[in-house]
Design a protein around this ligand. Structure first.
Ligand SMILES: [Zn+2]
Length: 325
């Protein structure tokens, strides 16, 4: 069993963002899993971590998306509309300050599109949208259920085809960067696919959120099996710089949008007084029950649980870039 665990996992010796070897242990989990923090750039990452082959197996299975007994995509987000609503909210905020030229056809690529909720939201706004994902199951689902233009591949695979270079006006990476084994090379690949000055929109958990501070190691997005990276402001900016992007705007958002002011204030009051008590109660529940209750109660309703960063391609990247800092 132990040997099996070792073979499935790998220990990375250098920070995946700045290459430093020095770190602090931030959180410890069973089976010797840890989340560590780089002393140089403050990036947090999982160590050891599952090898890509095993991660791909997990994401390619139906179980990851629909198993009702475990933490699963559809279990956390039982109503598909939630996700679409979140992505529509992001697009609306984005187009508040980036006005598309009238009549111009905007081409969007969704990297890590899963079953295609972001593509559906983009299509409703009239944009042309393609998607890629390494999950065989999700791609089949998106193709069959929604007839979307999606394919099973990684961003590195796509960038090896010159037909896709400088093709897209906007690239989406929603809730995906924390899952990647190497964020910088993936972002460099995305850079190739964008037109000059094209936009890249990234969302990722905010480890500086109120809930992250309240929950500590039990904070829901802290998952050393699947979330390999936890970006701080500093490590995210460094990642973008190394991949040829410049940040334009940073927004904080809940895991899904809160509709209505009264609901918003009620939740705020509720959390101010009861979050600590709820934390104690909810995390003692059996896992199945916990993940059923959690989306409705504690974590996602704070409006700072995710970071949305809007970035722009500033120059073409010729990679691999071997320079060590
Ligand atoms: Zn680092």
């Amino acid at each position: 069993m132990r040997e099996n665990t070792i073979k499935r996992r790998e220990i990375i010796t250098h920070c995946p963002i700045c290459s430093s070897e020095s770190f602090n242990i931030r959180f410890k989990y069973p089976s010797n899993k840890k989340i560590i923090s780089c002393l140089k750039c403050s990036h947090m990452y999982a160590r050891p971590r599952l090898k890509f082959k095993f991660l791909k197996e997990i994401y390619s299975s139906k179980k990851y998306f629909v198993n009702p007994n475990e933490r699963a995509f559809f279990n956390n987000y039982p109503k598909e509309e939630w996700r679409k609503e979140k992505f529509s909210w992001i697009f609306n905020r984005f187009f508040e300050f980036v006005k598309p030229v009238k009549g111009e056809q905007i081409k969007i690529l969704d990297i890590g599109c899963a079953v295609g909720f972001a593509i559906l939201a983009a299509k409703e706004l009239g944009f042309e949208c393609e998607g890629i994902d390494i999950s065989k199951w999700a791609i089949n689902y998106a193709t069959k259920k929604y007839q979307l233009n999606v394919k099973e591949c990684s961003v590195k695979d796509l960038s090896s085809d010159p037909n896709y270079h400088n093709k897209f006006d906007i690239i989406l990476m929603f809730d995906i960067i924390e899952h990647l084994t190497d964020p910088i090379t993936n972002l460099q690949a995305a850079n190739k696919l964008l037109i000059d000055k094209g936009f890249l929109l990234i969302t990722t958990p905010n480890l500086e959120s109120i809930c992250a501070r309240l929950f500590g190691r039990r904070y829901e997005p802290l998952d050393p099996d699947l979330h390999l990276h936890y970006f701080t402001r500093n490590s995210l900016l460094l990642t973008l710089k190394k991949s040829g992007f410049t940040p334009i705007k940073t927004l904080l958002l809940p895991d899904y949008p809160i509709s209505g002011k009264i609901t918003k204030y009620l939740h705020l009051i509720f959390h101010l007084f009861f979050a600590k008590i709820l934390n104690r109660i909810v995390f003692r529940l059996p896992q199945k029950l916990m993940y059923y209750i959690l989306p409705y109660t504690v974590s996602p309703r704070f409006k700072d649980n995710e970071i949305l960063i809007i970035t722009r391609k500033i120059h073409n990247i010729s990679f691999p870039k071997k320079k060590r800092e």
